[in-house]
Design a protein around this ligand. Sequence first.
Ligand SMILES: C[S@@+](CC[C@H](N)C(=O)[O-])C[C@H]1O[C@@H](n2cnc3c(N)ncnc32)[C@H](O)[C@@H]1O
Length: 179
Amino acid sequence: MRQGASGGHVLDLGCGTGDHCFELARRGFSATGVDFSHEMVARASEKAAGEPSLAATFQQGDFNQPLPFEDGAFDHVLSAFAMHYARKPAAVLREIRRVMREGGLFLVITARRPRGRRWYTHPLMAIRRAGWKSTRGRGAHPFEPGELERLLAQAGFAVVDRDEGIAWAVQLVARAGPR
Ligand SMILES: C[S@@+](CC[C@H](N)C(=O)[O-])C[C@H]1O[C@@H](n2cnc3c(N)ncnc32)[C@H](O)[C@@H]1O
């Protein structure tokens, strides 16, 4: 993580097979990966068993439900290409803020509706047309331009870095403010 995070315990929401957790663990963080899919968690755990020196653990969980962690349990949170599966993003972001310590960083990269582009050019729409459904079977809901920033502010975060280099995605780093 940029923006000064050099260690600590990171929660990766929608971790898939855990690659970001492993990379964080190689860089001195400890990481807990959570994914809705049992298959993803099983694969990530298999990979972790092959790299026992890395502090990366995995568990099944659904970020559309209350997170099974204490207040302030994590220094930082990461979520890559998963938050567009949030059914009530404002509530999910509040839960993320709850499980973080004040001053921790939330790095999120997720699908958003591209500015000034026709919606049907979005890769998620092409995937949907091909009959693909998310692992929850409800499809994905990319954010409107500016929507994620607004919801983060409402949940108690301050955006400290952004990268909009990919037309259909937004990457933000947000610092958790006081509760
Ligand atoms: C596109 S993959 C990204 C995986 C990983 N973050 C990466 O960047 O390689 C999205 C992941 O989000 C998970 N996911 C979708 N909805 C979820 C939910 N409600 N709770 C937890 N994980 C979820 C999926 O199972 C899938 O593994």
